[in-house]
Design a protein around this ligand. Structure first.
Ligand code: NAP
Length: 475
């Protein structure tokens, strides 16, 4: 059985204590590889390597750093098939999605920040004849990047690309459930000419090596993407040392469908925003709120379209949905389907695990639930969506805002004024009007309320990963 290794100081290394964890193939429901269960000893080696790497990387010209990151983006594209196979096998997502979205986007992340850093400028303020103030933005040092399992290489690269572009060295931990593409990236960084110790990748448990990275006095900033409960622990731990921290957390995203929308388009895209990646995208719409006058028409078409989705082997190109990431996660999602029924909901479609090896669940649509019930308040993070009605703009806004989360929202309307008015009153970091998941990478990305603090994307990320220093000169 394949055993993967940590990547420290430009070398693949076994964990110091020799402990490993099983890694599952969710599409088959079987263990297929083993990953290091890293400990403090591995972190000590990574810190030493990162300190050495920082002396080289932080002094390297921006142009050279940029060229190395551009080369890395090219290498990801050159190895797209192998990476997509690994991503799909680790996560259970359809290979067609991994090869068309996840891996290309990882390459784009490196290319985007390789170009951004060349164009990044810091501010200067001149009080004519009196003083000049300018802001120097220096790399912070060693930073910790911790990412989840749902979009493995995509989110891993989304964090480490700006950190590296800014001149920091990184100690990164991918989710223990999807370590394979991060493991493969180590080799590509070497081929791209990245000096040893600049990117170090440790595998293992969140509560073990993840927590150790956050607690370490050597990591000066933490960029974390994951669940809100874990984010609370990470935020509290980082606060003890006044560490910079960015938290990209969970969501319970509303999808508002107004009667004046293009119904066919709203249905088609709502099927995507509900079930893409088995509903395991933080930005999936999980509560569809529909204006009463078109509720029945929307429901009929939506159920009809969703029932055409194929659930099956991630490597079968006919599969629209693959397997959920683990048996434990599948059971959690199923428990919410049972809860929804206990809460008075009616299952309109799906609800069942498929009788085959692997962790497969049918796309599930539920109606008849109050917005205050647990099913509509808690993040399920699977192919489960609820339908509900509203009868006025005000009610739509109130329902949309009625959870502790504030990550994203989609609005379907052909009334421009309404679109703006509603968008401005929704407490979410990202609002889509008549679309879903489109994003210019230059825009700030992140959530409000319990969906996180800080923003990633564009210059926000470069600013996060730098230490501003103001210098004032009297004229
Ligand atoms: P998670 O359980 O919170 O884990 C996220 C990462 O944190 C994993 O690498 C995990 O390691 C690690 N971790 C766990 N405990 C830790 C600790 N005490 N200290 C440091 N690291 C720790 O989340 P997940 O289940 O992987 O991902 C799903 C969640 O992520 C959902 O809530 C989803 O909405 C959210 N998400 C948010 C965004 C966004 O941009 N807002 C994007 C994607 C996903 P292990 O895997 O080894 O436990």
């Amino acid at each position: 059985m394949e055993k993967i290794q940590n990547f420290i100081g430009g070398k693949y290394m076994d964990p110091v204590k020799g402990q490993y964890l099983d890694n599952y193939d969710p599409g088959r429901g079987k263990v297929y590889s083993q990953i290091p269960n890293s400990t403090q000893e591995d972190l000590d080696l990574a810190v030493q390597a990162a300190e050495d790497g920082f002396r080289v990387w932080s002094k390297m010209s921006i142009d050279k750093r940029s060229r190395i990151l551009l080369k890395l983006a090219d290498l990801i594209e050159d190895n797209i098939k192998e990476l997509a196979v690994a991503e799909s096998r680790d996560n259970g997502k359809p290979y067609t999605l991994a090869i068309s979205v996840d891996i290309p986007r990882a390459a784009t992340n490196f290319r985007f920040y390789a170009s951004s850093i060349v164009n990044f400028s810091s501010e200067s303020h001149i009080s004519e004849g009196f003083m000049v103030n300018y802001t120097r933005r220096a790399p912070i040092g060693i930073v910790g990047c911790i990412s989840p399992w749902n979009l493995p290489l995509y989110l891993f690269s989304w964090k480490i690309a700006p950190a590296l572009a800014m001149g920091n060295c990184v100690i990164a931990k991918p989710s223990e459930m999807t370590p394979m593409t991060a493991f493969m990236l180590g080799k590509l960084t070497k081929q791209a000419g990245m000096p040893p110790g600049v990117l170090n990748i440790l595998h293992g448990e969140g509560s073990g090596i993840g927590q150790a990275i956050v607690e370490s006095t050597s990591t000066k900033a933490i960029s974390f993407t994951g669940g809100t409960a874990t984010g609370k622990i990470v935020g509290a731990t980082a606060a003890q040392q006044f560490k910079k921290v960015s938290l990209e957390l969970g969501g319970k995203n509303p999808n508002l469908v107004f009667a004046d929308c293009d119904l066919d388009e709203a249905v088609k895209m709502s099927v995507k925003s509900s079930f893409t990646n088995q509903g395991e995208i933080c930005l999936c719409g999980s509560r569809i709120l529909i204006e009463s006058s078109i509720y029945d028409a929307f429901k009929k078409k939506f159920v009809e379209e969703a029932s055409k989705l194929n659930v099956g082997d991630p490597f079968d190109e006919k599969s629209d949905l693959g397997a959920l990431v683990s048996e434990a996660h599948l059971e959690k999602v199923q428990s919410y389907i049972s809860l929804a029924q206990e809460e008075g909901g009616t299952v309109l479609l799906g609800g069942n695990r498929l009788p085959k090896d692997g962790f497969y669940l049918e796309p599930t649509i539920i109606e008849g639930l109050d917005q205050n019930c647990r099913t509509n308040q808690e993040e399920i993070f699977g192919p489960v969506v609820t339908l509900d009605k509203f009868s006025s703009e005000e009610e739509a806004i109130n329902q949309a805002n009625a959870t502790r989360y504030g990550l994203s929202c989609t609005i379907w309307t052909n009334n421009l004024k309404k679109a703006h008015n509603v968008a401005h009153q929704i407490h979410s970091g990202i609002i889509w009007v008549n679309c879903w998941l489109l994003r210019d990478l230059r825009t700030p990305f992140g959530g409000m309320k319990d969906s996180g603090i800080g923003r990633e994307g564009g210059n926000e990320a470069l600013q996060f990963f730098s230490e501003p220093q103001n210098i004032c000169i009297k004229l």
